[in-house]
Design a protein around this ligand. Structure first.
Ligand code: ATP
Ligand code: MG
Length: 305
């Protein structure tokens, strides 16, 4: 059953995995795609998600016990693509003691006083943990590329000039290579929502009083830059997809499908590790035998009392 589930996860997530960006084109990826699932299969999709969530919890326990690898999941998307709900559903079964979600917003003055990776580096997951970045250092080649005026507040040395974006892609590639060399498993997820679906979700937020709080007028102005954002995403994925740090371009117009692909990608990442509970050997086994004997003897002496 479990082996089946791991195979299923691989089958579900692999079509969306970009491990080499050289030929990547965003237009080859349909945000409405639901793989081999149809609308009628939604109950089956919900079951698959439940099974994925369950197996993820089990694998996380072993990741923690083994204490060798860290897992970093980077989630990037346009507004209303479903980042929050994907995180909520997919991570619903994991132990919160060894999983941290960090949301990166507009940088604070303190963050702007540092290099652009600094704030993310401080929140990297330690060995045995899963870290989720809700937005990340990729904002530096996405929103900042669409709005280069944000660079002014970064007070960079002026010699950066036109080569800045290439320099940042290179820095990110090196950073991820370095993390991977040191035991951090990286998976990057782009929730690929269409502009039409985003409009529908914004209107829902405006029309439904319970969703009003999610609406921000600034999100609508950002929509006007859709084309530039898509170009920035395409370039970021082309430049930084690597076998050790692949991007998953996940169709995001149907949330029920998005969730199973995201869960499958994470299950597949954990399955690629040689996760097992640490084996007890040698002197430790002798200590165990002695401890067991002491505990059993303690039981007898209490009964006598
Ligand atoms: P939600 O809208 O669901 O609460 P969110 O991630 O969109 O989640 P917001 O507070 O709405 O959160 O937006 C955060 C904003 O901060 C985004 O517009 C993002 O592009 C911006 N941002 C993040 N990192 C940077 C950065 N390094 N420089 C400039 N802007 C950034
Ligand atoms: Mg927002």
């Amino acid at each position: 059953m479990k082996a089946n589930l791991l195979q299923e996860s691989r089958k579900l997530s692999r079509p969306f995995c970009i491990g080499n960006g050289a030929k990547f084109r965003l237009r080859d990826h349909d945000p409405r795609d639901t793989g081999s699932f149809t609308e009628e299969d939604r109950p089956r999709a919900a079951e698959a998600l439940q099974a994925g969530v369950h197996v993820l919890a089990e694998m996380q326990e072993r990741l923690y016990a083994q204490n060798r690898y860290a897992v970093l999941i980077v989630i990037q998307a346009m507004d209303a693509a479903g980042k929050d709900s994907a995180i909520k559903h997919v991570m619903s079964g994991v132990n919160p003691q060894s999983c941290e979600v960090t949301s990166f917003k507009e940088p604070t003055p303190e963050e702007l006083d540092h290099d652009f990776l600094w704030r993310c580096a401080r929140r990297l997951p330690p060995r045995g943990h899963i870290g989720i970045f809700n937005r990340s250092y990729y904002e530096e080649v996405l929103v900042v590329r669409v709005h280069p005026e944000y660079l002014l507040s970064q007070r960079l040395p002026s010699e950066h000039g036109k080569k800045l974006w290439d320099q940042r892609y290179k820095d990110i590639r090196h950073f991820e290579r370095y993390l991977s060399n040191n035991g951090t498993v990286i998976r990057k997820i782009f929730l690929n929502v269409s502009q039409a679906e985003q409009k529908k979700r914004f209107l829902e937020r405006l029309n439904n009083p319970e969703k009003n709080w999610k609406f921000s007028a600034a999100d609508v102005t950002e929509r006007a830059h859709w084309k530039q954002y898509m170009e920035a995403y395409e370039d970021a994925i082309r430049e930084t997809a690597a076998p050790h740090a692949p991007w998953y371009v996940v169709p995001a117009d149907n949330k029920w499908f998005t969730r199973i692909v995201v869960a499958s990608a994470i299950v597949d990442a954990l399955a690629s590790l040689d996760l097992d509970y640490p084996k007890v050997t040698g002197d430790k086994l002798k200590d165990f035998a002695a401890a067991k004997k002491a505990l059993l003897a303690e039981g007898k002496s209490t009964r006598r009392r």
